[in-house]
Design a protein around this ligand. Structure first.
Ligand SMILES: *[C@@H]1O[C@H](CO)[C@@H](O)[C@H](O)[C@H]1NC(C)=O
Ligand SMILES: *[C@@H]1O[C@H](CO)[C@@H](O)[C@H](O)[C@H]1NC(C)=O
Length: 278
């Protein structure tokens, strides 16, 4: 009885661990950084797309551009202060005079659109243009594309389109595996069941072994749990094979079986006697 109790206790433990493992595997990226982004039109579908970007959180992505008028550093951060500038999702800093900074987009005014292997993140409400674009507010578009080989790629500037009357924007590109289509499942249900089965087998073998060795005091092969039973199973299997495969000498098999079975059947009783004082 004691053996059964300790083994079912072990099974319960393994089940709990396995279930937790599966749940943990699903919830690795449920930190809340993307909640810091304010969506212009708060919709659940946009939130879902935004959550796909979670692996990119907590990182300043920077790129330096050289134009005829000067050199600028653009920094992008996901739902956080880019390069430390309050409210800035994308900020442009003049390399010659680092105090001259322009916020291209604020993360409290975010829009996001996503497809199977890309996400387009738009930060609006940046600093207003001085002369271009009807003095509208600047806007940053970050196009994040799937690249399964790159966890977090380099930020690249594609263009600044400001020679138009309305809807000017800065366009950036970034490669990341975060937006790649989710592989159906790293662990299929079948393999989880196999893993749980192996765990249970291990618990059975180790628990049974310890029980036989420490409590029953068995030695040698007898230390295997339910040794007699498994020997009998082995013998029956061998008989089965013998029956199916052998083409002659069928008569000898029953005698062999009888000899093997007799001493084995006695043993469990001996062991039970041993148990009684406990
Ligand atoms: C981004 O850069 C700024 C300025 O260098 C720094 O204060 C901030 O901690 C950085 N953020 C992250 C998440 O590394
Ligand atoms: C975002 O922050 C700016 C600056 O504080 C503010 O003017 C603007 O109204 C905010 N936008 C939203 C949508 O909260």
């Amino acid at each position: 009885m004691k053996e059964v109790n300790s083994q079912s206790g072990g099974c319960f433990l393994v089940w709990t661990l396995a279930v937790q493992l599966v749940l943990c595997g699903r919830g690795v990226y449920t930190s809340d950084i993307t909640k810091r982004c304010g969506l212009v039109s708060d919709s659940n579908s946009e939130r879902k797309v935004l959550e796909r970007l979670e692996p990119l959180a907590h990182k300043n992505f920077s790129v330096v551009t050289k134009e005829d008028k000067g050199s600028y550093t653009y920094t992008f951060q996901l739902c956080g202060e880019a390069a430390g500038f309050p409210e800035a999702g994308v900020v442009q800093v003049d390399s010659k005079s680092p105090t001259k900074s322009t916020i291209i987009g604020r993360f409290n005014s975010t829009r996001v659109i996503g497809g199977s292997d890309w996400v387009m993140l738009i930060y609006e409400n940046g600093d207003a243009y001085d002369g271009h674009c009807s003095k509208e507010k600047r806007k940053a578009i970050i196009m994040i594309s799937c690249n399964s080989k790159i966890g977090m790629g380099e930020l690249e500037v594609v263009l600044e389109d400001r020679d138009r009357a309305h809807d000017c924007f800065y366009l950036f590109e970034l490669d990341s595996s975060a937006v790649c289509p989710v592989v159906p499942s790293q662990l299929s249900t079948g393999s989880i069941i196999v893993i749980i089965g192996l765990c249970l087998l291990a618990v059975y073998l180790i628990g049974g072994f310890l029980y036989q060795r420490l409590i029953v005091g068995a030695k040698g092969m007898e230390q295997f749990p339910n040794y007699a039973f498994w020997v009998e199973v082995g013998n029956l299997t061998a008989d089965g094979c013998d029956f199916v495969c052998r083409s002659r000498n069928r008569e000898e098999a029953p005698a062999y079986r009888g000899v093997a079975a007799e001493p084995l059947e006695d043993e469990p009783e001996e062991r039970d006697d041993h148990l009684l004082p406990m």
